[in-house]
Design a protein around this ligand. Structure first.
Ligand code: MLC
Ligand code: AMP
Length: 513
């Protein structure tokens, strides 16, 4: 027991390096506000006139308006028959209406299923079948039609303005830390996409951890250019903004001119991006303006030390790299005060415990990153087997990422044990692409791998054995008809045979450049 207490103290010391010097780690309780909606309401009451979100054109939403309008939208949704625990797909670009609709859903304890706006019929069918939604909020009529066609029962298709008849608001803000709040489709370490169920406590703990670690304050303004259908934009960007009582400029999609506008004309103080965005920034005039921001964060994919240095040299901005995952929201981060070490993802965030599980007996080398903490989800929807496989017998979450610790406790991610390609911050699962390409009549065999790319991090590359005349363009177009555009292979290589081991497993490492 004594050893356990000692271990616990080590962990608190490790993450306390994220706290301001005058904060006693013993007083930090990430879940004290119990749920996101309760925490948000407390912020709105503190300063009802504060702007919480604005558009690039300058349209603003105040705390009081978000409180009032989200209650009105909750009244409409309740009148339409939605009840706590019902699932709602949300698939739209960021807008003030979308934020109101999302907050309304969480306040009345609907479970939100975020869905990429690039998804086509096949992906949509899978999401609808696995999450059985009652309603969907979309900003595109064609996507609404695909959703309706995919649904065996009635599915209410709504726009972000939720233009339904009004009704009395239902009970609001009753979520507690255990209330299921998001179902995010992800493949975890293996297999087909599964629904990771995140509770309000998971989401609150992570948002509070980064609020503390990054000194997120009410006068901060985030240039929010990430999509709101993935954890980076939603669980960090939007949840953190509302929790800090701060504001965000909602930019529907990323471009460097829009970032320049948010900094120069709308007083943005922070920017969060994936490495592809920093790659583009580094080649554009906005690089010179980046130094005006209080904080720039990178995550979702590895940021090369070279790009980190290039941005620092040209702008004075030392990007803070952090590491997260859909199932665990935010895990590790470089410190705000103290060294931001290029090529590393820093140290565990407040509340997060991390260990490296070594395949061999060498405790100093790389090992699988395993996590515990209030940020870690409880499991996959209707999939106890996958849930059991992703936790160790003693209750740690297996990330499938391979990490290495340096002498100062900074972690570098040096590989992945899961079959995953990360292109521009989007996850692509080789098996899904291979399954599609195999249905092409000319294809005998195929392996899909990620090859190195300066812009995208990894490029989806198909290595194909074909028995008939077929061109790379033909295969790419074929894939594009069945998959979201970001998943289609950008490179196709033809080979006579795929390298396999004695058990017939493709040796993917031999195909990566
Ligand atoms: C767009 N395209 C991509 C792509 N994004 N191709 C490969 N990988 C991507 N990520 C395609 C488009 O469909 C288009 O295809 C072509 O590239 C040109 O599009 P573009 O206009 O240049 O791209 P753009 O729209 O600017 O998108 C690039 C991007 C975007 C980097 C802004 O990919 C993006 O927002 N990425 C962030 C994803 C994210 O939020 N990840 C967080 C996951 S959460 P075509 O065929 O029309 O030419 C997570 C946990 C954590 O990982 O730790 O955060
Ligand atoms: P997702 O399943 O979309 O949430 O993606 C999570 C995965 O993104 C992690 O398991 C990592 O492999 C990767 N990832 C996130 N942040 C980083 C980072 N800073 N460096 C390297 N990989 C990262």
């Amino acid at each position: 027991m004594e050893a356990r207490d000692g271990e616990q103290a080590d962990r608190v010391v490790a993450w306390s390096r994220h706290l301001p010097a005058d904060t006693d780690p013993a007083t930090v309780d990430l879940l004290v506000e119990e749920s996101l909606p309760r925490a948000w309401r407390a912020r709105w009451a503190e300063d009802p006139r504060a702007v919480v979100a604005l558009t690039p054109a300058g349209h603003k939403l105040t705390a009081a308006q978000l409180d009032e309008r989200s209650a009105v939208v909750a009244g409409r949704l309740a009148r339409a028959g939605l009840e706590p625990g019902d699932r709602v797909i949300v698939s739209a670009l960021a807008s003030l209406d979308l934020v109101v609709a999302y907050v309304a859903a969480l306040r009345m304890r609907l479970i939100v299923v975020p869905m990429n706006t690039a998804y086509g019929a096949g992906e949509i069918r899978h999401i609808v079948a696995s999450t059985t939604p009652k309603a969907a909020v979309v900003d595109d009529r064609a996507r609404g039609d695909l959703l309706r066609a995919a649904s065996p029962g009635p599915l209410m298709i709504l726009g972000p303005d939720v233009a339904l008849p009004g009704g009395p608001p239902p009970a609001l803000d009753l979520a507690d830390r255990g209330t299921p709040t998001l179902i995010c489709l992800t493949s975890g370490t293996t297999g087909a996409p599964k629904g990771a169920v995140l509770s309000s406590g998971n989401l609150l703990a992570s948002a509070e951890a980064v609020r503390l670690a990054w000194r997120w304050a009410p006068d901060d303004r985030l240039a929010l250019m990430l999509p709101l259908f993935h954890m980076h934009g939603l669980g960090v960007g939007l949840h953190g903004t509302l929790l800090a009582g701060a504001s965000a400029v909602l930019v529907g999609s990323f471009d460097t001119a829009a970032l320049d506008h948010a900094i120069a004309e709308q007083s943005a103080s922070m920017f969060f991006g994936v490495p592809t965005m920093y790659h583009r920034i580094a080649q554009s005039p906005v690089l010179g303006t980046l130094g005006r921001l209080r904080l720039c964060v990178s995550g979702s994919a590895p940021l090369s030390a070279e790009l980190h240095r290039r941005v620092a040299d040209a702008s004075g901005q030392r990007i803070l790299e952090r590491y997260g995952m859909t199932e665990t929201v935010m895990n590790l981060s470089n410190p705000y005060d103290g060294e931001r070490r290029p090529g590393t993802v820093g140290i565990p965030l407040p509340g997060v415990e991390m260990r490296l599980e070594h395949a061999d007996d060498d405790p100093t080398g790389p090992g699988e990153i395993q996590l515990r903490g209030p940020n870690v989800f409880a499991g996959y929807l209707n999939d106890p087997e996958a849930t059991a496989a992703t936790f160790t017998a003693d209750g740690w979450f297996r990330t499938g990422d391979i990490g290495e610790l340096d002498d100062d406790g900074y972690v570098s991610i040096v590989g992945r044990s899961k079959e995953l390609i990360i292109s521009g911050g989007y996850n692509v699962y080789p098996r899904e692409i291979e399954d599609v390409l195999r249905t092409h009549p000319a294809v005998d065999d195929v392996a899909v791998v990620g090859t190195r790319s300066d812009e995208w991090g990894e490029t989806v590359t198909a290595v194909v054995v074909a028995h008939d005349q077929v061109t790379a363009d033909e295969l790419t177009s074929f894939a594009a008809r069945h998959l979201a555009p970001f998943k289609r292979p950008r490179v196709v290589r033809f080979v006579d045979e795929l390298p396999r081991n004695a058990l017939g497993k493709v040796l993917r490492n031999e195909l990566v450049d």
